[in-house]
Design a protein around this ligand. Structure first.
Ligand code: ZN
Length: 157
């Protein structure tokens, strides 16, 4: 798969692989469109690198963008929606100035049920990869059920 201009996959200080910018981006710049495949909940294929698009609709990231790490204080965000023709689209957009060499991150905003421990290391780290609004519910789940199991993490670590 050819490299995406302006982005490069690296060994990340955050976790496993990551993606860095190879040039500067300004807020609002589209870093790249995401090459992916849309699928629905009842035909689950591989949800490890999938974006949530709408209720029961996911987008499996097929290109280097799947290696972008989560951060609780990200420098980018995902814009995504169904395309109305049976598919979906997603793109990665800078939300603050990004300098060449900086690792690209966005907020995975997981639901409480699929939260994972966070190692982003930012001052605002929520300690969990979870949507900020889901955090109280996650704390409730943890109180009731004990620690979530650290899910098996196949692939590159
Ligand atoms: Zn964090």
């Amino acid at each position: 798969m050819p490299a995406i201009p302006g982005l490069r996959v690296i060994r990340s200080a955050i976790d496993g692989y990551g993606v860095v910018a190879t040039r500067d981006f300004a807020p609002g710049d589209v870093l790249t469109e995401v090459d992916g495949v849309m699928w629905r909940e009842d035909e689950l294929v591989d949800d490890r690198y999938s974006l949530w698009i709408n209720d029961g609709v996911y987008f499996d990231m097929l290109d280097q963008t799947r290696w972008i790490n989560h951060s609780c204080q990200p420098n980018a965000e995902i814009e995504a929606d169904e395309d109305g023709r049976g598919g979906a689209w997603a793109r990665i957009v800078a939300i603050r100035p990004i300098r060449a060499g900086e690792e690209i991150t966005y907020d995975y905003a997981f639901t409480a049920e699929i939260a994972e421990p966070c190692r982003c290391g930012t001052p605002a780290c929520r300690k969990w990869i979870v949507d900020e609004e889901e955090l109280p519910r996650l704390m409730e789940i943890l109180r009731e059920q004990g620690p979530l199991e650290d899910p098996a993490r196949p692939g590159v670590e």
